[in-house]
Ligand binder design. Structure first.
Ligand SMILES: Cc1cc2ncn([C@H]3O[C@H](COP(=O)(O)O)[C@@H](O)[C@H]3O)c2cc1C
Ligand SMILES: O=C(O)c1cccnc1
Length: 373
């Protein structure tokens, strides 16, 4: 497929493109996202119905197999590679005291992901997947400087005082994320998962979820890294202020993302849209990924069909956001780490769903008598 968007394969182009060029590339990208292939979904259902089990008795495993068939456009889908796309970015709003962790932790954790021993690396590895970590907008310098090659800005501005980003910066971050997803897909990975790191990022995520679901700040805002009662009330006040002073127009999702979002959240929006455009399923993680998914769905509602939910998260806005997307959490492990840890836990389950379709015996082959079920 040769669209205007392909021009932005090269990161240098993303950085030098004008705002108008980025806007038209987004138009082009989103208008080329199409729905799932119904024939392949029906073909997978027929394969599963022939297996030695009562009809639909493998529940969600069958839903997942059917969804992946529809995404790939074949009743015999295969997973050739899996990766968590971990986007890193800092947040000016941490100056308001919304997190229990200091800002420098974002950069410190980034090195752990590069050294392959962060939480998400272990869980992804257990499920046979990789982690691709990208600095979209960490505040401080990284060493070696090449690690900062994809950085759009040194952290967002404080959204409680003005917009977190300019519209152009949000679009640059979005297309940088899209490029990360495209490169991964072109290298043979065809199951993606969203992940992130960014001290303070449950604050913009809660803001986006409140705005896009219409739920109150109190309903969607939790303790993030683990702030105490007083700090939680303060965090909710900060979010209210950010929404008020930024004149949010939800009919303009990119503008909303720029004003009260984050660089890594914007990159995840781009990764989700690119996955849908390239017909690759993408697993959502916790509250930050869900905020990105809601934003992507505002930009291109059909992208929702490419999303696979993972865990419910202890951060309460996650479940509310998933519900708005028409998704149900699949894992309830009381997790609240982020990074893509919950999403990566779905890797083995998704492999299993396709393995059932490929390897489980049929009634005919096993010589099992069918009943009225
Ligand atoms: C050591 C550590 C590892 C993490 N890994 C992910 N997060 C998670 O916590 C942060 C969001 O929470 P808040 O909005 O309260 O700052 C993000 O970095 C998220 O990825 C972590 C947080 C910490 C402290
Ligand atoms: O839901 C998440 O992913 C989450 C929750 C708390 C802190 N960081 C991430």
């Amino acid at each position: 497929m040769n669209t205007i968007n392909e021009k932005f394969h090269n990161l240098k182009d993303v950085k030098s493109a004008s705002e108008a060029e980025l806007e038209s590339a987004l138009q082009e990208l989103t208008s080329n996202i199409t729905g799932l292939d119904e024939k392949s979904i029906a073909g997978m259902q027929a394969r599963l119905d022939a297996k030695i089990k009562p009809l639909r008795s493998l529940g969600v495993l069958e839903d997942i197999a059917q969804q992946i068939a529809g995404v790939q456009g074949t009743a015999q889908p295969k997973i050739t590679g899996k990766a968590v796309l971990l986007m890193a970015g800092d947040h000016g709003v941490v100056a308001e005291g919304v997190s229990a962790a200091p800002q420098e932790v974002t950069a410190e954790l980034f090195y752990a992901y590069m050294n392959k021993n962060g939480g998400v690396n272990i869980i992804a590895r257990s499920g046979g997947g990789d982690v691709i970590a990208t600095d979209i907008g960490i505040a401080g310098p990284l060493n070696p400087p090449e690690l900062m090659a994809s950085r759009v800005k040194n952290g967002t501005d404080n959204m409680a005082k003005g917009p977190a980003m300019s519209r152009k910066e949000a679009l640059q971050a979005l297309f940088t994320g899209a490029k990360v997803a495209r490169d991964a897909i072109n290298s043979g990975i065809n199951l993606l998962a969203t992940g992130e790191v960014g001290i303070g990022n449950t604050t913009p995520s809660s803001a986006l979820i409140s705005v896009f679901t219409g739920c109150s700040i109190e309903e969607v805002t939790g303790r993030g890294t683990g702030i105490k009662d007083d700090a939680l009330i303060h965090k909710q006040e900060v979010i209210k202020k950010a929404i008020q002073i930024n004149n949010i127009d939800i009919k303009d999702p990119v503008g909303t993302l720029a004003k009260i979002g984050g660089l890594e959240i914007a990159a995840l929006v781009g990764a989700i849209l690119e996955a849908a455009y390239k017909k690759v399923p993408i697993i959502l993680d916790g509250i930050i990924s869900t905020a990105a998914a809601l934003t992507a769905a505002q930009i291109a509602p059909v992208a929702t069909k490419y999303m696979i939910s993972s865990h419910s998260s202890e951060e309460k806005g996650c479940r509310i956001g998933l519900q708005q997307l028409g998704l149900e959490p699949r894992i309830a492990f009381n997790m609240r780490l982020g990074e893509g840890t919950g999403a990566a836990l779905m890797f083995p389950t998704i492999d299993t769903a396709l393995r059932v379709a490929d390897e489980m015996a049929t009634y005919e082959a096993a010589g099992v008598t069918t009943g009225d079920y």
